[in-house]
Design a protein around this ligand. Structure first.
Ligand code: HEM
Length: 186
């Protein structure tokens, strides 16, 4: 069973101080941010492609990057959907597991999320009024913290599943455990 339960999601919202007010701000923000999704995706994969290790992962499968642009743009738009329920959390958990299965460590994910923040803040700074900026940044930072926490939880879940399945190294536990959990869902 998934560890990303409604109770965990509630805990994450409470720990980040994520309220209905932040939900409304994110939803309103969507009007100026979602049209940027494809542009953010392009800049994001351009950034990943500049790192030799990440580039090797991205280009290991023909057509992978092209497919990822669309998936990433959907992920980006969903940040502003205004719906952050169990279904949302389960979807984010699955995305975490997809990365865990590939052995993409937090040392890649966290800086990459920093780039998403940088690109987004740059755009907010251009399009929002000065009086709107603080609330927008606050809400955005909170949803990003929740995103990162869910990915982190999914990695922990994968390692535990891998250890239960008898994997000897932490890397094998992460990748094989994630594979097992993703297969459970399929
Ligand atoms: C902010 C961090 C990141 C976000 C939001 C993100 C987003 C996504 C999304 C939405 C998917 C599609 C998952 C699915 O539904 O199957 C995906 C898959 C993938 N991502 Fe990421 N990603 C991030 C970081 C990275 C990093 C650092 C790498 C390193 C190379 C990477 C490489 C990949 C690969 C190889 C796939 C699988 C593609 C396939 O299905 O063949 N991602 N990512």
């Amino acid at each position: 069973m998934s560890l990303i339960t409604e109770a965990l999601l509630d805990d994450l919202k409470r720990r980040t101080g994520f309220t209905e007010q932040h939900v409304r701000v994110l939803q309103n923000l969507g009007r100026c941010m979602t049209p940027m999704a494809s542009e953010v995706a392009l800049a994001f994969y351009d950034y990943l492609g500049r790192d030799p290790e990440m580039r090797a992962i991205l280009w290991a499968v023909p057509g992978r990057v092209e497919r990822l642009y669309g998936r990433f743009a959907d992920w980006y738009r969903e940040l502003f959907s205004g719906v952050y329920d169990e279904h949302y959390a389960e979807n984010r958990r699955r995305i975490g597991l997809v990365h865990a299965r590939l052995g993409i460590r937090p040392g890649f994910i966290i800086p990459a999320m920093g780039i998403v923040q940088e690109l987004s803040l740059e755009h907010m700074n251009t399009v929002l009024k000065a009086t709107e900026l603080y609330a927008a940044v606050e809400a955005f930072e909170k949803i990003i913290a929740i995103e990162l926490a869910i990915i982190q939880e999914s990695y922990g879940e994968a390692v535990e599943a891998g250890i239960r399945a008898g994997m000897a190294s932490s890397e094998a536990a992460l990748t094989q455990g994630a594979e097992l959990l993703l297969r459970e869902k399929a």
